[in-house]
Design a protein around this ligand. Structure first.
Ligand code: PLZ
Length: 445
């Protein structure tokens, strides 16, 4: 039951937000907790390809993909077909009560697709945060140690443990403590803001971190080192070459579990199926979510079989984790990613974005740095001729683009990064149009 593809055009029929969205915004304010944010103040009616159609008929270019979720596009046929078939067959039994094939097939796919040819096993959950929580549970049982190493600018979720692992206080942590103990934060190899020699950032960071672990924690106490191969919410911080392999090696040498949080970077987003592949890093455990199931809630924890099997029977689980509907969606999404080689498409999208963003950086000194990999690119905005964060510019640019029908997401510890995460099925003309409006926006501010 494939539906007709939505017209792949930017169309503005009303101001943003239009009258119907405004009505719903008023109802939202009455009914929904004021604690929930919103990137663009329009209500969605339909979405597909590279556009979101709002309730007023505006067709907005989607440069966020629901935060790197709909890599295969919204309502992709491959996903719809499997989901429809599944909801007609059964909607839920709970995998821990009465198992079903889809769950096993998603685990098989994760074991096959994640880096490394060693024997792997997986377990499924509902959200990225839950996958990270479970990575810590597994690492602690396997190592019989407690300390968890995380990084500045890192983001791992909003549950109590993952809040503690997340770096940024506002809005994620403020007032929500106390946080779980045994979480230790290390400096991130962030060349643009490195305290030492930016050219030696990887080596200096590794030296600093290993020294700090030895002196302050003791390497024998480290259960897990958890890192996003490219930091997402933190502002698309790409560690310099050598940093991730160095950390993975340190973990191996010291009996700690190296966990790659690929919740945002996974499923072809960076031009490889997983971002760790870029430097041939093979994590002991890898967390996935977001792009795994074409928009349905699902998360995975995958890793070395002996590590994943070290937990006692019934030690992992959850009512909805690995829902049959989400598993069906994941099998459709994964099949499409592979069949249509969306990793290659991510590289093409990335090359276009990088080229255009670098051209903007050459014209506009408000752009301090262009960085990212594949279809995960960002600009960090600064006060011209300094590295001082420019949050006001970020807000003004995003608002300008919204008014023109382009949805952009923000990021960064200093709230000064604009990140581009288009669905990997976005047609090139829409991508170029979004980039030219971004250019116009920067010129206008
Ligand atoms: N790990 C690397 O990027 C989610 C957060 C949106 P959940 N990032 C988007 C918000 O403001 O809540 C994320 C991530 C990385 C873990 C998570 C958490 O994934 O599915 O949101 O729990």
């Amino acid at each position: 039951m494939a539906r007709a593809q939505l017209p792949q055009e930017r169309i503005l029929k009303t101001a943003i937000p239009g009258p119907k969205s405004q009505e719903l915004l008023a109802r939202r304010s009455e009914a929904v907790s004021a604690a929930l944010g919103m990137s663009i103040p329009v209500f969605v009616k339909e979405a597909g390809g590279g556009v979101i159609i709002d309730v007023d008929g505006n067709s907005i270019i989607d440069m966020g993909a629901g935060i790197a979720v709909v890599n295969v596009g919204n309502s992709a046929d491959a996903v719809i077909e499997r989901v429809v078939e599944q909801v007609h067959a059964f909607t839920h039994t709970c995998f821990m009560v009465a198992p079903y094939q889809g769950y096993v097939e998603v685990c098989e796919a994760l074991n096959r697709l994640t880096p490394g040819n060693h024997k792997k096993k997986s377990a499924l959950f509902n959200s990225g945060a839950e996958a990270v929580e479970n990575a810590i549970k597994v690492a602690r049982v396997f190592t019989k140690r407690t300390a968890v190493i995380v990084f500045e600018h890192g983001y791992h979720g909003r549950t109590n443990l993952t809040m503690g692992m997340t770096a940024k206080n506002m809005p994620y942590k403020e007032g929500f403590g106390p946080f779980a103990p045994e979480i230790y934060r290390m400096p991130m190899a962030y060349p643009f803001r490195w305290m030492g020699d930016p050219k030696k950032c990887a080596d200096e960071a590794l030296e600093y971190i290993t020294h700090k672990i030895e002196k302050e924690i003791g390497s024998k106490n480290v259960a897990a080192i958890v890192i996003e191969p490219i930091q997402g919410e933190g502002g698309f911080i790409v560690p310099p070459k050598g940093f991730l392999p160095g950390l993975a090696q340190y973990a191996r040498d010291n009996g700690a579990i190296f966990v790659a949080d690929e919740v945002q970077t996974g499923f072809a987003r960076t031009g490889d199926m997983f971002a760790c592949e870029d430097e041939g890093v093979i994590p002991d455990l890898i967390t996935t979510a977001k792009g795994i199931a074409g928009g349905l809630p699902l998360a995975g924890l995958t890793g070395r079989a002996e590590v994943m099997d070290s937990v006692h029977l019934s030690g992992l689980g959850g009512t909805f984790g690995g829902s049959p509907i989400s598993c069906a969606a994941a099998l459709g999404a994964i099949e499409m990613i592979e069949r249509e080689n969306l990793a290659e498409r991510a590289r093409e999208i990335g090359a276009i974005m990088e080229h255009e963003l670098n051209a903007m950086a050459a014209k506009y000194p408000v752009i301090g740095e262009v960085r990212g990999r594949g279809a995960m690119q960002a600009i960090e905005l600064v006060i011209p001729s300094s590295t001082e964060p420019n949050s006001a510019a970020m807000q003004a640019i995003v608002k300008y683009c919204q008014g023109k029908g382009v949805l952009l997401l923000t990021a960064g510890t200093y709230s000064n990064v604009i990140r581009l995460l288009p669905p990997l099925v976005m047609p090139e003309h829409l991508l170029r149009e979004a980039l030219s409006i971004l250019d116009e926006a920067i010129a206008a501010i």
